[in-house]
Design a protein around this ligand. Structure first.
Ligand code: NOJ
Length: 564
């Protein structure tokens, strides 16, 4: 009997609509552009497309500041276009997954306009308003995630409102039952439209502490990161279980929540049969090259064993509870070939190494647009060229800390979210075939070499490698169901693991370094069949620079250092 659900067997493809495909020529990607590309997406083996927010928004944070949850942003199209996309996707076996941004709204949402209009307004309590400290300062010393105070003073009513992110993104007050009811109603509205699930934004921040108070200062701005004060507060799960009961329970959909700050021990209450969601996007394996201080975005050296341990811990945790959403890229992250490899890496090999891991961990692979082409980071000459609100905040903090303009810009090159937001590279034609107009954000200059049109023709391309991996995952049940066991745990060059199901094993070997390495697992070629690799051949017991291989072993095989 097949016990897995459809979303455990499929691939999820994440689309940043603004940058995916522009059908109208205004330089901004749109819903009809996505519909045009559905066959391309289906050919990747994808069964669910997660759209980052497409609702009406002033776009201060590119749609994560929502002004109307039940209407489509005019620059992306109309509700009819959305309904058409859902229908056309369904015809191809693809479900559309919406992004729910429920920690905050836009300051242009009618709820907030009402809330700020009068101290006595019935929606005053829908947001988090507090008096100034006796000296007139903000109610607490919390720094928002994009930099600056997490509080903004409102002249009209003489109080401050709280915003975990930008000042244009005021936080909703989840303690108010009317707020919760209206949010559940919005999610149900989209379920009625036939969507296949939800990605739920910034969910760990919805519950605020009972008393809002100062925390120890952690930066030169005299503030303390809001995350420390509000992430994953006691009592949060009561609301999330209510959310599940009122919206998701019993439906043939999936939920994946963005959950910074949830530890492995807490997982059973968050995911799985008794948890609130199906999957959690946690970040323990990401940003290893970034200092983990409250001001982030300063480079630090990292080791492969850190990445391996983080992934293995998540694999173990999700064996017991829930299901793992494997990912290495999204719209907030630099491109993975830049994040996980040195500057001089052969980027094509590196993109294939990441893909190999992505598809062979136990869980559902999440592919971010352009990752399947091996798209890379960009470097622009000044901060004015950037759109990302977080990059601008980080640049300002770096200057405040005493770094030079050039150094601050170098941090932006490395960590900017715009690295992932440059337009999709479809062809080598003008603007990479993304738009016939002026693109809203500059393209990555390498679109002549890195584009989907060209890669479709090239057997050896990253795109064709993705196609092969998707096929393997369909052909070999063990990749869906087999257990995970890490091998060569202490090795700083090779990430090796196996998936085990009864007498079968799949062995995955990936060399993350530019140096050839002998490995000490017993000869695999004798009883192992090479299913896939990113080199043309596969010499025994040696992995070359950035080499990835996947073997299948049937019958009894003894693998050194492993219990099975
Ligand atoms: C997480 C989203 O992924 C990010 O893009 C956004 O800026 C914040 N949440 C705020 O909604």
């Amino acid at each position: 009997m097949d016990s897995l659900k459809w979303w455990q067997k499929t691939l999820v493809y994440q689309i940043y609509p603004k940058s995916f495909c522009d059908s109208s020529g205004d330089g901004i990607g749109d819903l009809n552009g996505i519909t045009e590309k559905l066959d391309y997406i289906r050919n990747l083996g994808v069964g669910a497309v997660w759209l980052t927010p497409v609702y009406v928004s002033p776009m201060v944070d590119n749609g994560y500041d929502i002004a109307d949850y039940k209407n489509i942003a005019p620059e992306y199209g109309t509700m009819a276009d959305m309904e058409n996309l859902i229908v056309e996707a369904k015809k191809r076996g693809i479900r559309i997954v919406m992004d729910l941004v429920f920690n905050h709204t836009s300051d242009q949402h009618s709820w907030f306009k009402e809330s700020r209009s009068d101290y006595k307004n019935s929606k005053r309590d829908w947001y988090i308003w507090r008096d100034a400290k006796p000296n007139g300062a903000a109610p607490t010393n919390w720094r928002g995630i994009f930099g600056g105070s997490a509080w903004t003073f409102d002249e009209a009513t003489g109080q401050y409102y709280l915003h975990t992110f930008a000042k244009e993104q005021p936080d909703l007050n989840w303690e108010n039952p009317e707020v919760r009811r209206v949010l559940y109603d919005i999610a149900n509205f989209w379920l009625d439209k036939g969507v296949g699930g939800f990605r739920i934004d910034a969910i760990t921040y919805i519950k605020k502490p009972v008393v809002l108070k100062d925390l120890p200062i952690d930066g030169p701005d005299g503030m303390s990161n809001v995350h420390m004060a509000t992430a994953n507060q006691p009592g949060i799960l009561k609301y999330l279980h209510e959310f599940k009961r009122e919206v998701f329970a019993g439906k043939d959909i999936f939920t994946v929540a963005e959950a910074n700050g949830v530890s492995a021990e807490e997982l059973p209450r968050w995911v799985g049969k008794n948890g609130a969601f199906d999957m959690l996007l946690e970040f323990n394996h990401m940003n290893l090259d970034m200092e983990k201080s409250s001001l982030w975005c300063r480079p630090v050296p990292w080791k492969l064993t850190q990445l391996k341990k983080a992934l293995s811990d998540s694999q173990k945790a999700t064996t017991e509870n829930g299901w793992y959403p494997a990912f290495f890229e999204n719209h907030d992250q630099p491109r993975s070939v830049n994040q996980f490899f040195p500057k001089n890496v052969d980027k094509k090999l590196a993109a294939k190494v990441m893909a190999t891991v992505l598809f062979t961990l136990k869980g559902t692979p999440f592919i971010y647009e352009g990752q399947e082409l091996g798209m890379t980071n960009t470097k622009w000459p000044s901060i004015e060229c950037y759109d990302d609100i977080a990059s601008k905040g980080q640049y300002a903090i770096a200057l405040q800390e005493g770094f030079s303009k050039q150094q601050a810009l170098e941090f932006v090159w490395k960590y900017s979210r715009d690295n992932a937001r440059t337009p999709m590279q479809w062809t080598s034609a003008k603007n990479a075939g993304f738009t016939s107009g002026k693109p809203w954000l500059s393209l990555n200059e390498n679109y002549n070499e890195v584009n989907a049109g060209w890669q479709m023709q090239d057997e050896d391309s990253v795109l064709r490698y993705y196609h092969r991996l998707a096929k393997l995952r369909q052909e070999y049940d063990i990749l869906l169901k087999g257990s995970y066991e890490e091998l060569l745990e202490a090795d700083e060059q090779i990430y090796a693991y196996m998936r085990v199901m009864k007498e079968k094993k799949v062995i995955v070997l990936c060399n993350f370094s530019g140096k050839e390495k002998e490995y000490s697992l017993p000869k695999l070629s004798g009883n192992g069949k090479l299913l896939l690799g990113n080199y043309a051949d596969a010499p025994d017991q040696i992995l070359r620079a950035y080499e990835a291989r996947v073997y299948l072993c049937e019958g009894r095989t003894t693998i050194e250092g492993c219990s099975k």
